[in-house]
Design a protein around this ligand. Structure first.
Ligand code: C2O
Ligand code: CU
Ligand code: CU
Length: 521
């Protein structure tokens, strides 16, 4: 049983959920622990010699949005505008008007003037980007209320669906839950050549589960140890911030970019008409060629790009993306809430209604992209991979028995050499402590999955989720289920410095299931 709290983000006050007994009341936002760190590292200012192709202001603010009929919902959110360059570089998702989308091309120089207008520390992390340490949004760079942080970098990723969210230590789950997350879409020449559906036929779908109280205000878990261990699951899935996402589509092909931006919930997605899903991309961009899946599993932070062709549908047809929602302990939330049978008990989260008009058939390209070479032969530790044990014991969520410590703390076994390729093995042996799935994320790079060992007897849920895993392509999050070990291959290129690796269950990350690694020259 979890204690629920409601936050009034505008007035900086947490109030107990009405009606229940034994509720906690907390005062004000937590004091963020980054104070010493940003005293030592003043917020970056604009560099006179840096000539951006695109410059924008991005503010974190308290505000209100309309999600459900009736009262507006108080949130924290990004606002902003382009001050130089293509104004389309910053927009807000259809319907929501509060989920920002940054669209840039590889090679572009970007300046983003971030202002923190929240009543507590924050900093923005660009999830998926290959970027210098100072621009990565590590919690050591968190800035106080009213302060500004200037990001300047060259977009150096291949085309892909990335995203951004705050990363202050111990407050990431809270800030993301209350509305702080956006998409960061990179385009490049190779993607242009694949001739995929674009503009209105290129649809991002941001999945987030939320719980609302009777006054339409967001309810989050209490920051108690046990609640954080279990993570937060909401009782409805919002798509692009909308409670009932429905969209008219034309009789042609679409590119869907699905992001799981939930705090702790895993999704298993399928089409309501039983057709397989055509997967064309994962975290780090397009696959080499399309592949089909009966269902798609998305851990927290993972992206899946899907090709869908409505040309053979009749006007008026409705097709829905159906989601089973799973807690990281692999309990089916959908079935708990609806009483429906697990696995089959999914709910439609996004409905596509086929509009009138002629069908326009588009060929699914058989060749989508080519990958940068990452060769196992190049790994310096092929015989002895760096193993990271994931564990949950005595109220702690740990990596190799450690939690996040000092902002710049790096253990000897967390140091790597610039220019080398390594095998890392995430081991969720779960031989004691709590059995949970952990979506493991590494900052600053994209890796390839080498192998995934399955436990001898995976449960039914684990089998169902296992069938839809997206281990293909370039990845920056990998779901590691209980009893599994996943080996990944990664190269530390271009930048030295401190970067994070962590569990992307935001409550686990906030509990300290996060560590630094250091890239040394
Ligand atoms: Cu999505 Cu460390 O982040
Ligand atoms: Cu990240
Ligand atoms: Cu975890």
């Amino acid at each position: 049983m979890s204690t629920r709290i409601v936050i009034d983000t505008g007035r900086r006050r947490l109030i107990g959920a009405a009606g229940a007994a034994g509720l906690i009341t907390l005062l004000g936002p937590r004091h963020a622990p980054a104070a010493e760190a940003h005293a030592a590292m003043p917020a970056a200012g604009a560099t006179p010699g840096f000539k951006p192709d695109v410059e924008m202001d991005l503010d974190a603010v308290a505000g209100e949005i309309n999600v459900l009929p009736g009262n507006a919902t108080r949130v924290w959110r990004f606002t902003g505008r382009v001050t130089q360059g293509d104004p389309r570089a910053l927009s807000f998702l259809d319907g929501s008007r509060h989920i920002p989308v940054i669209r840039v091309r590889r090679g572009q120089k970007l300046r983003i003037n971030f202002t923190n207008r929240l009543p507590e520390d924050s900093i923005v992390h660009w999830h998926g980007l290959h970027i210098v340490q100072r621009m990565d949004g590590h919690p050591m760079y968190a800035i106080g209320s009213g302060r500004k942080y200037v990001y300047e970098f060259v977009v150096d990723n291949r085309a892909g669906t990335h995203w951004f969210h705050p990363h202050p230590h111990e407050r990431t789950g809270f800030q993301v839950y209350f509305g702080m997350a956006g998409l960061f879409l990179v385009a490049d020449d190779e993607e242009d050549a694949a001739r995929l559906p674009r503009d209105e036929f290129d649809l991002p779908l941001v999945l987030q589960d939320r719980t609302f109280n009777a006054a339409n205000q967001l309810v989050y878990v209490a920051p108690g140890m046990m609640d954080r261990m279990m993570g937060f699951q909401g009782d409805r899935v919002l798509v692009n911030g909308a409670a009932d996402y429905t969209r008219a589509v034309q009789r042609t092909a679409y590119r869907l970019r699905v992001l799981n931006a939930s705090n702790s919930t895993l999704y298993s997605l399928r089409w309501s008409n039983g057709r397989p899903l055509t997967l064309i991309g994962t975290d780090g961009g397009l696959l080499e060629r399309p592949m089909t899946r009966g269902s798609l599993t998305l851990g927290i932070g993972e992206r899946a790009e899907v090709w869908v062709d409505f040309s053979s549908q009749q006007p008026g047809d409705e097709i829905a993306l159906v989601a089973d929602s799973w807690s990281p302990s692999l309990e089916n939330i959908t079935s708990l809430q609806t009483g429906a049978a697990p696995v089959q008990g999914g709910r439609p989260i996004a409905r596509f209604r086929v509009a009138n008009g002629g069908a326009r058939k588009l060929e699914l390209p058989q060749r989508l992209s080519s990958f940068p070479a990452l060769k196992i032969e190049d790994a310096v530790n092929r015989a002895r991979p760096r193993t990271i044990q994931l564990s949950m014991q005595r109220g702690q969520a740990m990596l190799n028995g450690r939690v996040f410590g000092r902002m710049d703390e790096v253990a000897d076994d967390e140091k790597v050499r610039l220019g080398t390729t390594e095998v890392w093995e995430f081991a969720n042996d779960a031989s004691f402590g709590m059995r949970m799935a952990h979506p493991m994320h590494v900052h600053n790079l994209q890796f390839r999955v080498l192998e995934r060992s399955r436990p001898a007897q995976p449960g039914r849920v684990q089998q169902a989720l296992g069938a839809g895993l997206t281990d293909e392509g370039l990845k920056d999050v990998i779901l590691v289920m209980p009893g599994e070990r996943v080996k990944v291959l990664m190269k530390f290129e271009d930048y030295t410095g401190i970067y994070l690796y962590h569990c992307h269950i935001l409550e686990h990350e906030d509990l300290g299931m996060m560590r630094n690694y250091l890239v040394q020259a």
